[in-house]
Design a protein around this ligand. Structure first.
Ligand code: HEM
Length: 231
């Protein structure tokens, strides 16, 4: 039987757990973006998409369990790897040299907590309506069936408020940096090395990031500037 505890305790195992959980979360952001692009097609399409999403509660809850599990593993792996790297260097360097790895960890240390805070606030904005916890939405509504969120209205009214609109823009830009660095690290963990392979890895990371973060930023900016999500 696979000894999960032993794999987790090894540094390579923790890195693999971080890469796999990161891939699951990255995959979700791509699917999520494709669904949210329905905002450009209007209320009927966006709410139809929300209705399809909520139609099979078992799938919804299974997806939530997988995503929450991936998020917990991702954060726990980050805490463990950071603890190990701090323990290996108990005395801080006096002179900080901005080499690529320092740049990488600095970016991840800043963007990681912002993305995490965004996810919590985002769920409080749009998802926890059933338990009355959507206090962070000015006018949360359900569709005529009384159970499915009126996603078109809820997004439109939220993101056209400058505070939330700008927050979503900034958070998704941070998500872009986080995904880019994470994807490059993931390609490296998968064995890519050398100048040519790393150039390809960076191109792949750029394409994926531009798709996800760029798409999210365009949706948020279009609602904030009232091009979509009105009425
Ligand atoms: C501009 C960007 C985004 C928009 C417009 C957006 C929109 C939405 C909407 C409308 C919902 C509610 C769907 C429903 O219940 O019918 C939702 C739920 C959710 N969003 Fe986003 N989202 C964005 C970015 C993100 C990002 C970057 C993440 C994660 C990193 C994320 C994670 C989630 C999760 C986990 C849910 C809950 C899904 C569930 O009910 O289980 N979203 N989002």
């Amino acid at each position: 039987m696979i000894d999960v505890g032993r794999i987790w305790r090894s540094s390579a195992g923790t890195k693999a757990a971080m890469a796999v959980s990161g891939m699951i979360l990255f995959g979700f952001t791509i699917v999520h973006l494709l669904g949210n692009l329905n905002m450009f097609l209007g209320r009927e399409h966006m709410n139809g998409y929300a209705t399809t999403l909520h139609a099979v509660p078992e799938v919804v809850y299974a997806t939530r369990v997988v995503l929450l599990g991936a998020l917990v593993v991702h954060v726990a792996a980050m805490i463990k790897l950071r603890g190990a790297s701090n323990a290996a260097r108990p005395v801080p360097y006096k002179v900080v040299t901005p080499v690529a790895s320092t740049m990488y960890s600095r970016t991840m240390r800043v963007t990681g907590p912002i993305v995490l805070a965004f996810i919590v606030l985002h769920l409080l904005n749009l998802t926890f309506h059933g338990v009355g916890a959507n206090a962070l939405h000015p006018d949360f509504r359900l569709q005529a069936d009384g159970t499915t969120p009126d996603a078109y209205h809820n997004l439109g009214t939220l993101l056209r408020l400058p505070l939330w609109g700008v927050f979503y823009l900034v958070a998704n830009a941070c998500l872009g940096f986080h995904l880019w660095h994470g994807a490059v690290a993931m390609f490296r963990s998968l064995g890519l090395s050398g100048d040519r392979q790393m150039a390809t890895a960076r191109m792949g990371a750029t394409a994926l990031t531009a798709l996800v973060a760029g798409g999210n930023v365009i949706i948020a900016a279009s609602i904030l500037s009232r091009i979509i999500g009105q009425g």
